[in-house]
Design a protein around this ligand. Sequence first.
Ligand code: OOG
Ligand code: MG
Length: 258
Amino acid sequence: MTSRPNTAQIAAIVDEAALSGTAIAQFTAQFEFNVDEAYAVQTQSIDRRLARGERLVGVKMGLTSRAKMAQVGVDQVIWGRLTDAMIVTEGAPLSIGRFVHPRVEPEVAFLIGASLAGNVTIAEAMSAVEGVAPAAEIIDSRYQNFQFALADVIADNSSSSGFVVGPWASPEVDISNLAMVLSVDGRPAQIGSSAAILGNPLRSLVEAARAAASAGLTLEPGWIVLAGGATAAEPLAVGSTYRVDVESLGSVAFSVTA
Ligand code: OOG
Ligand code: MG
């Protein structure tokens, strides 16, 4: 391959694909593209969003459950950045006109109360948490047919697109093994447990602290960390309502418009 784009050029391609809701070809099918380069692309594409006025509000972990790894055929934990533009307000309809092929997955969200970064223990991670909540993540791979290899999805900010967080509960709640249900129009579509998320979603928070530090970031007070889908994701359809129920934490719901 003679004219390989540099990381800034690849960042512009993924950023524009997300802005316009247009599917692109996988980079790994076109040239050598490794994980370090992919995270550099992710940083540069998020920098473009920040330059447009978006603000970092947290971190999302991805592929932290077997069900998620199996659905997309990638078996490594990944992460991405959350910005304020991705916040979906509970109760407000979500317009999916600007998405390529959106899906939703049931997650647990952490509200950070004290700065956390680097190599931390589960106990240290737990003591930095101010609240836990049921959450739904809306993912939308910018790659054709929702197909990608590890470096592709990392460059695409780990398919992040939107997220909606339910009521915050006390961090005292034991979240290690809670039933999680994703319902579509009142019918259970995906059923799982928070234990599917690295054995305990707090392990995902430990990974988030390490991942953030690898990029020179600290999980800041007020930030949100999404632990990753506990089950496979479901496609979004116009006119449907989606609800995530997490045992002991409550539920969060949104409906979809064109
Ligand atoms: C990659 C993002 C994975 C999760 O929770 O596992 C993710 C994808 O499935 O497109 O957000
Ligand atoms: Mg997710």
